[in-house]
Write a protein that binds this ligand. Sequence first.
Ligand SMILES: Cc1cc2nc3c(=O)[nH]c(=O)nc-3n(C[C@H](O)[C@H](O)[C@H](O)COP(=O)(O)OP(=O)(O)OC[C@H]3O[C@@H](n4cnc5c(N)ncnc54)[C@H](O)[C@@H]3O)c2cc1C
Length: 414
Amino acid sequence: MSHFVIVGGGLAAASAAETLRAEGFDGDVTVVTREAHAPYQRPPLSKGYLAGAEGLDAVIVHPEEWYADNAIDLRTSTEATHLDPEAHTVTLGGGENASDTAETLHYDKLLLATGASSRMLPIEGADLAGVHTLRTLDDSDALAAVLRHGGRSLVLIGSGWIGMEVGATARTLGNSVTILEREAVPLAVAVGPEMGRVFQALHEANGVDLRTQVNVERIVGRGGQVTGVVVDGETVPADLVLIGVGAVPALELATDANLAIGNGVLVDAALRTSAPDVFAAGDVANAFHPVVARHQRSEHWANALNAGPVAAKSMLGQRVSFSQIPYFYTDQFDLGMELSGYPSLMAEAKLHVRGDVAGREFIAFWVDHGRVVGGMNVNVWDVNEQVQALIRSGDVVDLAALLDPNTPLERLLA
Ligand SMILES: Cc1cc2nc3c(=O)[nH]c(=O)nc-3n(C[C@H](O)[C@H](O)[C@H](O)COP(=O)(O)OP(=O)(O)OC[C@H]3O[C@@H](n4cnc5c(N)ncnc54)[C@H](O)[C@@H]3O)c2cc1C
């Protein structure tokens, strides 16, 4: 009997396992995650789950019984510590709570869905109690324990998606929030300065103290507990500090196995790594995208959701190609946003807006030589499919019609 092993405890792992059984694979399946929980999705950890508005059921993809019901051997609290592609073996050591006895499994096909970890900031005071990062359910629980009842001071270092989302959630819960950012505009790397300013204005309107172009010097504390962050000589008081300066792909196993690596595990469009019978999907994979004809690594929920099934089909020997348009969403205060587009093409494109930017109800389009290469709908709903269709078509569009809120987007699609 064939044995497929999936290493990872996130959405890519869960969606791949689900697809293997949905496609009728009746061999052995083992899912190995070093966390104590069944594989889960992370977006609620900075939003509804952190706020206490959503429970574990919004986070865990399938309860543990689902794995048993589908004859999938789920190994929680178990870390894969060594991968030998030549021998087709993976060694499992102890995980968070398990004992350290190692076990070696033989596999026929293996999927690396090891995701990413929070980037650490090499800064004095980062090891004080009360200084956090946010990647796991346990991280979110630890933040919630302090923020849930309001009245605390949170300092966020970094104004990326995680910093901005946690800032919005913490402020909504009645905490005081300061965000410290080195660059001139938050989120400029993701959406450009003009759109970044939309999020900046949103936070300022909701009472967040968002300071840009600042230099964080060190984190300070008393008796081992954080009390503040020193920024340009001033100490900002803090009960809690969250470092949100990005994520790095979890490459330990891939490096150990000598797989080809470059900003993630390099995979082709069928999500095959450089080693036979080893695949990679989700945040850890830097996949060749057939449309933009280059590798791109996407750290987004929809990427994990959709790449897992493609990897599973590829493991089953089906001819597949992962060609999804990158998609991201966020919710902050009363702003909901969806963003679709190819980052490499958006970087070269010009921004055009349909709707009311100041009123935060609009669609922004990134247009390159008359073609839409990215689109972001802000508090405008049920348009993401059309935005994606416009991007996919590659057609030159009528710009005046594109920017006219009275012209349905469908009309621009031939
Ligand atoms: C707080 C937060 C909020 C987010 N919000 C959004 C959002 O609003 N919209 C959006 O599009 N995206 C969002 N994201 C990004 C999205 O969650 C990620 O893109 C997604 O989690 C990637 O899934 P994955 O399965 O590839 O990896 P992960 O979810 O990182 O899962 C990888 C798992 O593998 C385990 N693992 C790693 N190495 C080993 C090993 N050697 N042995 C065993 N297990 C191992 C890890 O412990 C982890 O459980 C958010 C991320 C975070 C952290």
